[in-house]
Ligand binder design. Structure first.
Ligand code: BF8
Ligand code: SF4
Length: 634
């Protein structure tokens, strides 16, 4: 098979062939040109924090080389500081996204914007209850205002304060552990600020202290993710099961194809609405099937979860969507958008449209998106796509690959499904299945694509191995997209891939429900990893154990972004043993690596499994689930 080293996705393979024939450069070419990558950077021992640097420290004490930076910083300090700064990047990304939603929500609550509303009152009440905000005999907008103030308050913290959004999200026993380790953040912005300060030249050089600082920042990240999910659900609706499709075959030759790419639902929801409204204009322009909106990355996941909008593809293959020649506009907001898409688009009629003032790409068209003029802005964006469509050449290459999939598994929807099986005790459906041995436990698949490994290969192989071992799997982000493209999010996949116990679990469930559930449950975008924590907290509380004793693991088979570092860090802190399939840049310090892979278990129960071989990763994850079940049964 051609391009099997680059990707296992047949649509991407076909497009790489087109790229080669047309002489286009892709991210895989750029990776090849980058080889060999710097060993110091790759293992985290390059420090550039002050202007005396870069200092590159040889972590191997038995060889000749500099073992200290110019200031005396050792490998463990440099690695730990770099790790913290990765987590800061992740936290500021997630919380930047969440802060935008929180600010919009405050505007909605105060009645300052017409384009958005409180769509899901039930979720608003649930969130208000969680925050111990009085709901009885109060107007919706009064409650919304207080929830909004609380959300904004979680960003700004002062010493002595605690994040109100964090405590109710985890079992009491877990919060107690955070407390004992003194890692509860005071505020999200405060945590970012302190983490940047402590990693500045000449501040914190104690690697263990830095690692605790990393976990504190990660908990701020988790809180940001939760705020993002909760408030997006209130404004746009809490996801329910939907059916859709994934892969480049969702592009429609006879429609104006608009791809939304990035992360926030605030813009993309409006693009979907504008596309519906301007359908006739597209038809007048000659597009028989009107306007087809499809998603890439987490924006795609957000729209899929709430509206059933199809997924075009995931992170690594974003350029390839443009090379089909069928994308009239790619609308982007923030995060995971490769600058290369503009160079690719220069060879086609595709308009790249940036929308956020602090997230521009040189050469792209910028149409600023404002919450107060959201409908008009979205219409301008869609009209730009219609204009571009008129310039689309006849020759296009849409690969004929797409898979059907089911998504929409919010915690609320899972609860709703389980309560149709056992109305009085819905969570017992899962916990009994674990006790009876039908399922071994749960795995959260999270994270990206990374060109260091074959696109989507680790995702599908780890998933295959786990479901074969009776692990109930849920997924978010680009791995969810990969598993959707590969057909794992369909009921038929149960018969094809699940082990005997997992098959029994699904057949009992399906029989009670009178409908069929997919093998792997799509829980949403990366901020929606918070949904899994809500789910597992409920399960652990139901069982009367801490998350650290509950059979739950996480796997990021192809992590790429700083956000994956922060998510991994909080998963471990919350008690999930977490597999990482691409080595993080910490291996230059034996101390930091040992803490992450071993010592963490003594403090948080969760620890990192650094394993690039999918088969070995499956073995270790299954062993961890077995150990947790075994300890519980003692
Ligand atoms: O937040 S999985 S490549 S799209 S970072 Fe980015 Fe990674 Fe995809 Fe979503 Ni998450
Ligand atoms: Fe070098 Fe120390 Fe400056 Fe880092 S902080 S660049 S190790 S002198």
């Amino acid at each position: 098979m051609v391009f099997e080293k680059e990707t296992i996705d047949p649509a991407a393979q076909e497009m790489l062939q087109v790229a080669e024939e047309e002489g286009r450069e892709t991210t895989w070419d750029l990776r090849e040109q980058m080889e060999p990558q710097c060993g110091f950077g790759d293992t985290g021992v390059c420090c550039n924090i002050c202007l005396q640097g870069p200092c590159r420290v040889n972590p191997n004490y038995n060889e000749k080389g500099n073992q200290k930076g110019i200031c005396g910083a050792r490998d463990y300090t440099i690695v730990a500081r770099n790790l913290v700064r990765h987590t800061v990047g992740g936290t500021s990304s997630h919380s930047g996204h969440a802060r935008h939603v929180a600010e919009l929500f405050r505007e909605v609550a105060e009645g300052h914007v017409d384009s958005y509303e409180v769509k899901d009152k039930e979720k608003l009440m649930k969130v208000a209850d969680k925050l111990e905000i009085e709901t009885e005999d109060r107007e919706t907008n009064e409650i919304a205002k207080e929830v909004a103030e609380e959300a904004i308050g979680n960003f700004i913290g002062f010493h002595g304060e605690e994040l109100s959004w964090l405590e109710p999200m985890v079992p009491e026993s877990r919060y107690q552990i955070f407390n004992e380790c003194n890692i509860i953040p005071t505020g999200i912005n405060d945590a970012i600020n302190e983490a940047m300060h402590r990693t500045a030249m000449g501040v914190d050089s104690d690697p263990l202290n830095l690692i605790f600082g990393n976990l504190q920042t990660a908990l701020a990240d988790f809180t940001g993710c939760t705020i993002g999910t909760d408030l997006s659900d209130i404004i746009f609706g809490t996801p329910e099961v939907v059916e859709s499709e994934a892969n480049l075959g969702v592009l429609d030759e006879d429609a104006v194809n608009v791809i939304v790419h990035g992360h926030e639902p605030v813009l993309s929801e409006k693009v979907v609405a504008a596309a519906k409204k301007l359908e006739d204009e597209a038809k007048e322009a000659g597009a028989e099937n009107g306007i087809n909106v499809a998603g890439i990355c987490c924006t795609g996941n957000e729209l899929l979860m709430r509206q059933g909008v199809p997924l075009a593809t995931n992170f690594a293959s974003q350029e390839l969507a443009i090379m089909t020649g069928a994308v009239d506009a790619m609308v982007v907001d923030i995060q995971c958008i490769m600058p290369s898409i503009q160079s690719v688009a220069n060879c086609y009629h595709t308009e790249i449209i940036t929308t956020i003032p602090f997230s521009k790409i040189s050469g792209a068209k910028h149409i600023e998106f404002n919450d107060s003029t959201a409908d008009q802005d979205a219409e301008e964006i869609v009209r730009t796509a219609i204009e571009a469509y008129k310039e689309r050449p006849k020759e296009i290459n849409i690969p004929d690959y797409k898979s059907k999939l089911m998504a929409g598994f919010s915690f609320e929807e899972i609860e709703n499904i389980l309560s149709q099986v056992n109305e009085d005790d819905p969570l017992s459906v899962i916990n009994d299945a674990i006790d009876e041995g039908d399922i071994k436990g749960i795995c959260l698949f999270a994270g990206c694509n990374n060109t260091k490994v074959t696109h989507d290969k680790n995702h599908t192989e780890v998933a295959k191995g786990l479901v074969e071992n009776d692990v109930l799997c849920v997924a978010t982000g680009c791995v969810a997209n990969a598993l959707g493209k590969a057909g794992f999010m369909l009921p038929e996949a149960v018969e094809e891939y699940a082990g005997e116990g997992l098959k029994r679990f699904f057949s009992k469930l399906n029989e009670e429900l009178g409908k069929e559930l997919p093998l792997i449950w799509h829980m949403g975008s990366c901020v929606d990893n918070s949904r899994l924590i809500e789910f597992v907290t409920a399960l652990a509380n139901h069982k009367g154990v801490d998350i650290g004793e509950y059979p739950i693991v996480a796997s990021a088979p192809e992590p790429m972004h700083e956000k994956a570092v922060s998510i991994g860090s909080w998963c471990v802190t919350i008690g999930l043993t977490t597999h990482v399939g691409v080595l993080p840049q910490i291996t230059g310090s034996r101390l930091v690596t040992e803490v992450a892979t071993k010592v963490a278990k003594d403090v948080y129960d969760g620890y990192f499994i650094l394993e690039s071989d999918p088969e070995a990763a499956v073995e270790e994850l299954v062993a961890e689930l077995d150990e947790r079940t075994w300890v519980q049964d003692m």
